[in-house]
Ligand binder design. Structure first.
Ligand SMILES: Cc1cc2nc3c(=O)[nH]c(=O)nc-3n(C[C@H](O)[C@H](O)[C@H](O)COP(=O)(O)OP(=O)(O)OC[C@H]3O[C@@H](n4cnc5c(N)ncnc54)[C@H](O)[C@@H]3O)c2cc1C
Length: 318
């Protein structure tokens, strides 16, 4: 085969959203480079239904039951050698970040990580410097090209068509090859706030400076009847609960209005909110990337603008 192999990720027999997005990216890439598109799922793909590809390889072995980077690298190296794709695509998940660079190295390649778009060539677009620059990457030389795709960059629309046939691939593995000892899988905290249903969201970022200032933004959210959300540093600092984080490692939201206060607009944040119907950004840096997705932008100091806005909203309501 030439074409594209998409390595998808499943947990308890369910493919994650990012894997479906990677599949969409794989289909897009295959349309550009030809050679077709196949998928692979490590362990338990038998019951999974994947449409829009020619075949799904179910990579099965007792030693792959628990995730280990050594096991995945050895198994997928053997699969890539069998399938011989020109491109190997992954979702940019934590697991992929762990094993995919080592897999690429087995083929004397690098991983082009976190691609946000694929242009003709094919050229893979990555963001640099917190989204301030877009850089184009193109593979030179021979060998499969390994690429991971950023969450939210491709639409994971359900593909029409019949479910692909599943072919079991059993790699040759032995326990001596696997140096890692799997620990308890990471469990995400229970989500008690569902921001995905909120029509209006006011989201606060590091521009707020310190925890005690968050009340300024909360007052605006209350005046607007909005849910509060935040960028990751705010939740990492414990200034707002983790479940209010928006972005690639937080919630994905699509409210009618998303008001971003003191948020720079890093790609990991944008992928969680760029589906919003209208975006207003308040930021003192006129070059902040958030303005690229904003419908309305206010360049200025949030400590002047937010209290004035709250006052105006309350006045308009009274
Ligand atoms: C694997 C991974 C996953 C991640 N997941 C997420 C995620 O899910 N969600 C997320 O948000 N981030 C995530 N991040 C972090 C992301 O890369 C950024 O670091 C983060 O989004 C930046 O948050 P921020 O915009 O609040 O802060 P900064 O980038 O520091 O931006 C602060 C902004 O405030 C502005 N500002 C400062 N003072 C004022 C003022 N007085 N008035 C107005 N504006 C002001 C500045 O101009 C600046 O633009 C992730 C990163 C990694 C590596």
């Amino acid at each position: 085969m030439s074409g594209v192999l998409v390595v998808m990720e499943q947990r308890a027999g369910v493919l994650n959203r990012m894997s479906l997005e990677a599949l969409a990216a794989g289909q897009q890439l295959a349309a550009k480079v030809g050679g077709g598109c196949v998928a692979a799922v490590v362990s338990e793909a038998g019951g999974l239904k994947v449409a829009g590809v020619e075949k799904v390889y179910s990579v099965e072995h007792a030693l792959l039951k628990d995730y280990t980077s050594d096991g995945y690298v050895d198994a997928l190296e053997q699969l890539v050698k069998k399938v011989q794709p020109s491109y190997v695509l992954f979702p940019h998940t934590y697991q992929v970040r762990d094993f995919a660079p080592a897999l690429a190295t087995r083929f004397m390649q690098v991983l082009i990580s976190d691609a946000t778009a694929i242009h003709d060539g094919p050229v893979f677009v990555r963001q640099l410097l917190q989204g301030k620059l877009n850089a184009d990457y193109k593979q030179t030389g021979d060998g499969p090209c390994f690429v991971s795709v950023q969450a939210g960059s491709f639409r994971a629309d359900a593909e029409a068509g019949a479910d692909a046939a599943v072919e079991v691939f059993t790699p040759e593995l032995n326990a001596g090859m696997i140096r890692n000892k799997p620990g308890e899988p990471f469990r995400e905290s229970a989500q008690t706030v569902d921001l995905s249903a909120a029509p209006v969201i006011v989201s606060v970022g590091r521009g707020i400076g310190e925890e005690s200032n968050i009340s300024i933004v909360e007052e605006l959210a209350t005046a607007l009847g909005a849910e509060m959300a935040a960028s990751r540093p705010i939740c990492d600092n414990g200034w707002l609960p983790m479940e209010r984080q928006v972005g690639s490692s937080g919630q994905t939201v699509s409210p009618k209005l998303y008001l971003a206060v003191g948020i720079s607009g890093a790609i990991q944040h944008l992928v969680g909110m760029k589906g919003s119907k209208a975006v207003i950004a308040i930021n003192k840096d006129e070059n902040a990337p958030i303005f690229e997705v904003a419908d309305y932008g206010v360049v200025g100091d949030l400590f002047e603008i937010v209290p004035a806005l709250t006052k105006a909203v309350l006045a308009a309501k009274s």
